[in-house]
Design a binder for this molecule. Structure first.
Ligand SMILES: Nc1ncnc2c1ncn2[C@@H]1O[C@H](COP(=O)(O)OP(=O)(O)OP(=O)(O)O)[C@@H](O)[C@H]1O
Length: 511
């Protein structure tokens, strides 16, 4: 949760005993407590899957606090269930604690989440001052990608800070604590005037809260990212001097008034200093020149300076490898065949509610019955009109002939959507909600395909490519890359036969 609870009157949280059952989960040890409640390590009773359970008691709160907590939980749950992205922590379920013998906890809300090993705050606390924390660049890539996803989906985090960045055991980097996350209404959103002093932009101090609260714009997250990046690259040093958060805030305001220069730590690499400086442009309007997607892209290039030279020949050589192979490898940052494309744009907007699905799958088509609801649900993840069930069906037929066991080991493509495992890992969506993401599972593979072609679709639209060509361009992009398609100004010759096959199937399903 946020520091808001502490500021609004900390709750002395009673504890659930180890072994206590909350819904389908059993709590173990306490991980830590925040302003509003306590986080427990826990596991699923059915299969032992590890999770974290955040228990938020409401009983001891004054009515006003209870309403505020209810609002924060509603935001957190709404965002967390709508978002589905490798860099945003997921809330799997919300339960009510049933504990008649523990009156203070009876009726508390419990959020069941992915479990992290540590927060970035803990890592910074243990870091050597003046040196980057271990895996600094990977952490910053993950944070930037998470913020880009949020902004692309029309949300502002509003409380980005090291305590709200969680690190998983397998190298996962998740943004957490969406209590302040608010949906954008036009260009800004309103959240209660809470936030965290060390990471709020200078303009925050001069804003007057209306009845809706304080205006928060995506550029506030950009500022916060600049502060956080400086901390990560220096083992915790804040970019503005001062022994207390208030002193540092005053220093940031002096800088914004142009009465003090920005003095970033001299030990930070020049390119990173420029990036942090861009995040810390003193006014909202100036900061607008940079957005989370473009920063994320710059970070990808900083992390992989040799990518640009290596990729294109590889992309051409691997014309039969889905674009996702290349693009996703770039996101993961580990492969030789890394690519500059991924991370440039905000990932596709994803919503469970989604737009009405355009175009039904004809009852007499060859799309297997069992796959139809899965395909329809996957298409709903994309808010862009071009990603329809019939388009996904045509793609799947061309990729694998609907064969869930399809494989081309030579090019490392497997399953119904022909995902390359390492790439799938970067984009993966848990399509069936079973707690894991498996490229051989049709719901996971198809949901992930939908997310990826949705992102391609958005890149082609941004590049001003003809709307009527978008299905062909998405099919081409899936097999090459968005950059290749944009550079060629259309479908590259080497994937023309494949694209024609997709279009033929699409026409069949649309007849
Ligand atoms: N999903 C999670 N997995 C593992 N640890 C977590 C998880 N969520 C929170 N924690 C840890 O639990 C502790 C309490 O977290 P919580 O979000 O309740 O409060 P906070 O963010 O530390 O404080 P506040 O809400 O006052 O800002 C923190 O140490 C946090 O790192």
């Amino acid at each position: 949760m946020t520091s808001s609870g502490a500021e609004g009157g900390a709750v002395r949280t009673p504890r659930l005993p180890p072994g206590f059952r909350v819904g389908d989960w059993q709590v173990d040890a306490v991980i830590g407590s925040g302003g509003w409640g306590t986080v427990y390590a826990a596991h699923a009773v059915a299969d032992g899957a590890v999770v974290a359970v955040k228990v938020l008691p409401t009983g001891a709160l004054a009515p006003g606090q209870r309403a505020a907590l209810g609002e924060l939980i509603a935001r957190e749950v709404r965002f967390s269930t709508e978002a589905d992205h490798p860099h945003l922590v997921r809330t799997h379920a919300v339960c009510t604690v049933d504990a008649p013998d523990l009156p203070e906890l009876d009726g508390a809300m419990a959020l069941v989440m992915d479990r992290a090993e540590a927060s970035l705050r803990q890592v910074l606390d243990a870091a050597t001052t003046g040196r980057p924390v271990p895996d600094a660049v990977r952490i910053l890539r993950g944070v930037a990608a998470g913020v880009a996803q949020m902004h692309g989906a029309g949300w502002v985090h509003g409380d980005l800070k090291p305590a709200n960045v969680l690190l998983g055991g397998d190298g996962a980097v998740w943004l957490a604590d969406f209590g302040l996350a608010t949906e954008l209404d036009g260009t800004h959103a309103y959240v209660p005037p809470l936030g965290t002093l060390d990471h709020v932009p200078p303009e925050w101090w001069s804003q007057r809260a209306g009845t809706n609260g304080t205006m928060v714009r995506p550029t506030a997250d950009i500022w916060a990212f600049g502060v956080l990046a400086h901390q990560v690259l220096t083992g915790g040093l804040h970019p503005f001097p001062g022994a207390t958060a208030r002193a540092r805030a005053l220093a940031s305001q002096a800088y914004a008034r142009n009465t003090a220069p920005l003095r970033l730590d001299a030990g930070i690499d020049e390119r990173w200093r420029r990036l942090i400086g861009d995040c810390l442009v003193p006014d909202h309007a100036g900061r607008l020149r940079h957005n989370a997607a473009s920063l994320s892209d710059r970070i990808e290039r900083l992390a992989n300076p040799r990518r640009r030279r290596r990729l294109l020949p590889v992309a051409v050589l691997l014309a039969t490898v889905p674009a996702a192979v290349i693009a996703g490898a770039a996101l993961l940052g580990g492969g030789e065949e890394e690519h500059e494309d991924r991370g440039r744009g905000a990932p596709a907007a994803v919503t469970e509610a989604g737009n009405p699905v355009a175009g039904g799958i004809p009852a007499d088509s060859d799309v297997p019955e069992a796959l139809r609801p899965i395909i329809v649900k996957a298409a709903q993840r994309c808010t862009d009109a071009e990603v329809t069930p019939v388009f996904l069906a045509a793609m799947l037929k061309a990729e694998s002939g609907f064969d869930v066991d399809a494989e081309r080991p030579a090019s490392e493509e497997y399953g119904i959507a022909m995902w390359t495992p390492s790439v799938f890992g970067a984009w993966a969506v848990d399509g069936d909600g079973d707690g894991d993401k498996d490229y051989r599972s049709p719901p996971d593979a198809i949901a992930t395909m939908s997310l990826y072609v949705c992102w391609l679709d958005q890149q082609f639209k941004k590049a001003g490519m003809p709307v009527e060509d978008l299905p062909a361009l998405m099919a081409a992009g899936y097999r090459t890359s968005d950059r290749t398609v944009i550079t060629e100004g259309g479908v590259p010759g080497q994937v023309r036969p494949h694209v024609d096959t997709v279009l033929r199937h699409l026409a069949d399903y649309q007849r």
